[in-house]
Design a protein around this ligand. Structure first.
Ligand SMILES: [Fe+2]
Length: 499
């Protein structure tokens, strides 16, 4: 097991009406609080009034600062710093989800360091040596900001989204009432569930350490989130299920699931670039690229992906690669089942080729750093992951009963972009002549066709010259080659055999 430091100093008060305890919690740390909240729902629901009344009753004066947005911005946080300084606040309390709490953290850092540009603190040009205490009243399970040492801001003037990790980000207290999650819109709820899982998975797959207890905690957390995540998306008033999600949110990002293993967060880097460019909801941006990221790295930590498939999804496959892929498929299908995008297209992003490069450079700080502790991912690798994520490869829709030719016709773009579009088109045309095949016959058929047209065995990833597939008037000019990945075959087979 790797050496580690675990520090989780936040006092958590969890349960119904927990927001009414904000006063007694806050009074330990300050006498004048700036309440930071979002765009009005916390006011309309009466939550801000309840929190303010609790604070005043405990002798803590209250100043209000609303307007925190999803993907909180630097400029708004800077306004908050001014509000905190002018009101003499000695305590900053975020009321809401990760956006409000992250904004509160940023304001606390800025207010304790007047005259220092907040972005200089964020980019570590100026080291952070002091801050104001931060508290949290949580209304939404997602970011885990209520216990975490991280906070993320978007600098809209340069289109960059970045986070900082520091013990000053750890809230002193968190009042957590899961019943407040019932009013969160379904999409945001689902995005929160994806984010919770991601905070755990971004730590889980790091190889080369023995951390059995940490692994079991992470796997248990993921199973609980999958089970209860579905339940709350179907019925957000299911209080017990919502409690599980809220608690998982806090534990997934307070470093408990990295003890002895470490953390990676490369998927977050990819998601941050998407959010900065397209304004995508954080959790949704992660769900959109996770499958492609997993495909890129799973061979470099195969035992981890096998264990994940078995422990989280109950996959029982003897072959390691098949097991790992099935775990990936089920995870992506779960995201899809709760309404999360599993591709950039579904996320609403349609990058051009220059956009793909720009995203990759943003995620890798102009190719100056490599992402991931599983294998180094430079800008070229990241660009490839983004491109793979353009179209969804997994769906929760099944196509039982469809003829092979219909399956091919259903999503030519999707499947074509998984491999060679020309080869796919070639297969689609030939499919009409094959009649209906069993899944195994389908695999054999694709392999045979591949051999026939390319002269090569279809191995795990086969490079295929596009020129070999010039047919039907399609021009092959200008294209030097594409790849065909064997993940297309088991996924296609799974569509045929599953109800
Ligand atoms: Fe996150």
């Amino acid at each position: 097991m790797k050496d580690f430091r675990f520090y989780a100093p936040t006092e958590v008060v969890f349960g119904k009406d927990a927001e009414n305890k904000a006063g007694e919690l806050a009074a330990k740390y300050g006498t004048r609080a700036l309440l930071v909240y979002g765009r009005g729902s916390a006011v309309k629901s009466g939550l801000i009034d309840r929190v303010a009344a609790s604070l005043e009753e405990a002798g803590v004066a209250v100043c209000l600062f609303g307007g925190a947005q999803p993907n909180p911005t630097l400029s708004h946080a800077e306004e908050g710093v001014k509000a905190a300084v002018s009101s003499g606040a000695d305590l900053i309390i975020g009321v809401g989800g990760g956006s409000a709490i992250d904004t509160a953290k940023a304001i606390a850092h800025g207010a304790a360091n007047p005259g220092v540009p907040l972005w200089d603190i964020w980019t570590k040009k100026v080291p952070l040596t002091r801050s104001l205490p931060v508290g949290a009243v949580l209304t939404m399970a997602a970011a885990g900001s209520e216990m975490s040492d991280s906070a993320v801001l978007t600098n809209e003037s340069v289109g960059k989204k970045a986070g900082i990790n520091t013990d000053f980000n750890r809230p002193k207290f968190a009042a957590v009432n899961p019943a407040l999650g019932a009013t969160v819109p379904k999409y945001q709820l689902a995005a929160g569930i994806a984010d919770i899982m991601m905070h755990t998975m971004e730590r889980y797959f790091i190889p080369d350490s023995h951390a059995e207890l940490t692994d079991e905690i992470a796997e248990g957390l993921l199973r609980v989130v999958v089970k209860n995540g579905k339940a709350v998306v179907e019925d957000s008033t299911d209080y017990d299920a919502m409690c599980e999600i809220f608690w998982a949110s806090s534990l997934s990002h307070n470093n408990l699931t990295e003890c002895g293993r470490g953390k990676d967060f490369s998927v977050h880097k990819l998601g941050h670039a998407l959010s900065a460019k397209y304004g995508a909801t954080h959790g949704a941006s992660l769900a959109a690229v996770w499958g492609s990221w997993a495909e890129e790295v799973y061979r470099d930590c195969l035992p981890r992906f096998c264990r994940f498939a078995e422990k989280v999804w109950g996959v029982n496959e003897e072959d390691e690669v098949s097991a790992a892929k099935e775990g990936i498929r089920r995870t992506v299908e779960f995201f899809s089942s709760i309404g999360m995008p599993t591709s950039l297209h579904e996320l609403g992003a349609e990058p051009t080729d220059p956009d793909f490069r720009e995203l990759a450079l943003d995620a890798t700080m102009n190719d100056s750093v490599t992402l991931s502790r599983i294998k180094p991912l430079g800008a070229d690798d990241v660009e490839r992951i983004y491109k793979k994520a353009r179209w969804s490869i997994y769906h929760n829709r099944r196509m039982t009963g469809m003829k092979l030719s219909e399956i091919f016709k259903e999503e030519p773009d999707t499947w074509g972009l998984r491999g060679d579009p020309y080869f796919w088109d070639y297969l689609a045309q030939r499919a009409d002549r094959t009649g209906d095949l069993t899944p195994d016959e389908l695999e054999e058929w694709i392999k045979k066709e591949h051999l026939a047209v390319s002269g090569k065995e279809l191995t795990e990833i086969s490079m295929v010259r596009v020129e070999q597939f010039a047919h039907g008037g399609m021009s092959s000019g200008g294209l030097s080659g594409e790849w065909w990945c064997d993940t297309g075959i088991p996924l296609l087979k799974s569509r045929m055999k599953n109800p």
